[in-house]
Design a protein around this ligand. Sequence first.
Ligand SMILES: [Zn+2]
Length: 405
Amino acid sequence: MNNDQSDQATERLYFQDAYLQEFSARVTGRESREGSPVVVLDRTAFYPESGGQPHDLGWLNEVRVIRVEEEDGRILHFLEKDLTGDEVRGRLDWPRRFDHMQQHTGQHILSQAFYEIIKGETLSFHLGQEESTVEIGIPTIKDETLQRVEELANRIVFSDLEVKTYFLPEEELKTIPLRKPPKKSGLVRVVEVSGFDYSACGGTHCRRTGEVGLIKILKQDKIRGNLRFSFVCGFRALREFENRRRYLQSAAVLFSAEESEVAACVEKNLAELKNLKKKQKKLEERLSFFEAREMLAQSQGGIISGLYPDKSPEEVKFLALNLVHQAEVMAVLAAYRNEHFHLVVAVSDGLKVDVREVIPVLQAEMQLKGGGSPTLIELVSPEKDKAARAIELVLEFLKARSGRA
Ligand SMILES: [Zn+2]
């Protein structure tokens, strides 16, 4: 091949026919980029990543096309491996491309619907793997207004209008109501949703609005003071509907309720749960009073210690407080939570020991945080396996302080 040819712009077959799935072409340039072989063809139906629309995938002969980019009018086909021969047969991953056409055409319709209903201008568009987004230059929107936008967009779909594409010289653009001024000069490609929307666009679109299928807005979020709407069209909308139906149905089965009753069931259950937690807390407080009494009856007084894998840090704290309130004792109790251990050290008021002084002793051997008053400290350590050692150290400290060593 010669260099003159490789410098030529690639003829874009998708401009004339976005439905072309197979084509033949000649290799006019070869190179290697980022470890991938790259070929340039004299003509191609492969769409390169641009204008918010992702690139196509497919095959050149039997070699997979993994990425498509545009550079100075040439379209670069990134390949999975080397391609032999100069005459190639190209084939698109058509389900992927048609999906892009549905989302992209749906975006034109939705953007114009936002403009018609609230003069909301489209500032950006992104066609994502799961959802697409349009950023609209408005700070807020009422639910009912958004519903009107969605309804208008879908009315355009159901009207099955023709989607035309044509080139116009820059100076003739005044004759049509373009939604946005073009980014390119010279000959501008116009995509017209018959009488409804006029856009300057180089992407691939459906022939008729009916092919777009349902246009459904899923959510909105704030970005740069504007609103960004996520939406799905066509088969994606169908899959989205099916997924949501399945989620809702499985929740309804759990509650043995109708799908329409699920939210009310969740609300009722949450209220019950809150109530039960309150009751449980009260019972735990009562229980720890009796548990402390029993422990004191079985001990010789002095220091009471224990490691409780089944208790929560809160329960252990209650127990320690009950112990030191019911008798003149010291309590060293630990519990686990996830990968941490919680340690509570409490002493009765009359014992004149400042338990905070044990903290640096523990910190010399393990990572540990926390604090408290002279009679009660609560500590947490991420070194779960050192809980027993921590108790041992506190016991040594307390025995030395209280003269029992
Ligand atoms: Zn477009």
